[in-house]
Design a binder for this molecule. Structure first.
Ligand code: HGY
Ligand code: MN
Ligand code: MN
Ligand code: MN
Length: 421
């Protein structure tokens, strides 16, 4: 046990804060915004350049880079028994349009630094170890998100996912082919989808206020709440803004606002556990003096309990069937992902490892979804969180402290060692 304790502490000590800080600063340049945030949308040039940068880190690790048909990038470190299923860590490189430097990026870079620390501490894993960066986790450009992990886990088909289009009507498939051509050009070999995994651990920023409030450097995540996305379309009649009396109007904006308010009211619950968000709202034809005849808006609704989420969806369907300001509405489901619980065996291992390293942890459930929500169906999966300043995320001012990032990375590295012994 001592020698195990010893090498876990040696591995943690090999995590290099300067290297991690340097990588975070380097990655933040790909799509860096003047306000300090990041705009690195799925499969855009910046995302592709970030992937190129990631595969270039493989050689320092003695790892092999590869990419699968949905663009998930892997760095594989061979173990003493290469035929065994690997232990995998990773997250995503794509960001929100006005995103922060750490959402996704920290999980990929902490994983990279953990692999380096293991190598530097002279730890040779029995099982192979892999670092993965999943394609289109955010869903900001191509909706819904978590495309790479959903296709990898067989939750959604590659073909359907390739058909997703962005607001310029560019398909995910065409953007993916450009990115894959760039990686092919760099000599990155292809790999099959849905390769077996022994376990998946994702480190991520909490994107909420709990760890900062409780002054705890690392959270051991017990599960992820469920999420449903919809697109709502409201159709009315366009007409002249100056000559049409209200009684003769079918104003799609008025109808959309009335329906949006009714949906939000239906989602209100006494304990404030439902998270209801309308993030996109598009009015057409979009002329100051024409009554709108067509409005689309997005719905993102979340809840930790599957049945509650399902009941909400039924209520939303009913509301959308009613007429609002004499307009018609349709509610199109875009994604529904059930809540997941992570296995005790894995969360306990994370806590035991934290105890060995004398890192204080606390348990919490994730309000944000992550690729781990699909991986939980593929193999034993768990997550580690580090605090965000003021719980802020999906915002250019997203901020973490290097010491929390290092503590999370040390725990990740030592946990990977425990899982690959
Ligand atoms: O929306 C989410 O929960 C994730 O951060 N993309
Ligand atoms: Mn994320
Ligand atoms: Mn995010
Ligand atoms: Mn006119």
């Amino acid at each position: 046990a001592d020698n195990t304790m010893m090498d876990l502490k040696a591995i943690a000590a090999a995590v290099n804060p300067d290297r991690l800080a340097h990588d975070l600063a380097t990655l933040a340049k790909f799509g860096g915004r003047s306000d300090g945030g990041v705009a690195r949308l799925a499969l855009d040039d910046n995302d592709t350049r970030a992937r190129r940068w990631l595969v270039e880190q493989a050689s320092f690790l003695g790892a092999k880079a590869s990419v699968d048909a949905i663009g998930n990038v892997f760095l594989d470190v061979p173990g003493r028994q290469p035929s065994l299923a690997p232990v995998v860590t990773g997250s995503h490189l794509d960001s929100q349009p006005a995103g922060g430097k750490y959402d996704g990026a920290l999980g990929v870079l902490a994983g990279l630094e953990a692999l380096r620390a293991l190598k530097q501490a002279g730890f040779t894993p029995r099982r192979p170890l892999s670092l993965v960066s999943w394609t289109n986790e955010e869903g900001a450009r191509f909706s819904p998100g978590t495309s790479g992990s959903a296709v990898f886990c067989g939750v959604r088909s590659l073909e359907d996912t390739r058909q997703l289009t962005d607001s310029d009507d560019i398909s995910l498939g065409s953007a993916l082919d450009v990115c894959l051509a760039e990686l092919d050009g760099a000599g990155v070999p292809r790999r099959p989808l849905a390769t077996p995994m022994h376990a998946f651990i994702e480190l991520h920023i909490e994107q909420g206020p709990i760890l900062e409030r409780d002054q705890v450097p690392v959270g051991v995540v017990e599960g992820i709440q469920g999420v449903s996305w919809f697109e709502v379309t409201v159709t009315g009649s366009a007409n002249h803004a100056g000559t049409t009396p209200r009684a003769l109007r079918r104003d799609a904006f008025e109808g959309a606002c009335a329906l949006a308010t009714a949906l939000r009211e239906a989602a209100c619950d006494s304990e404030d556990r439902v998270r209801f968000t309308i993030g996109k709202f598009v009015v057409s034809p979009g002329s100051v003096n024409t009554i709108p005849d067509h409005v689309t808006f997005s719905i993102d609704v979340r809840h930790p309990d599957a049945a509650t989420l399902k009941a909400l969806e039924a209520t939303f369907t009913q509301l959308a069937q009613q007429r609002w300001a004499d307009c018609q509405a349709t509610l199109t489901p875009l994604a529904h992902v059930e809540p997941v619980d992570f296995p005790n065996s894995l969360t306990r291992l994370l806590d035991d490892t934290a105890h060995t390293l004398e890192i204080t942890t606390t348990r919490l459930v994730s309000g944000a979804f992550h690729d781990a929500i699909h991986l939980a169906k593929h193999c034993p999966t768990a997550m580690l969180f580090v605090p965000c300043r003021h719980g802020l995320s999906h915002h250019p001012d997203e901020h973490i402290t290097l010491s929390d990032a290092v503590a999370g990375t040390q725990l990740l590295a030592a946990s990977l060692a425990n899982l690959t012994r």
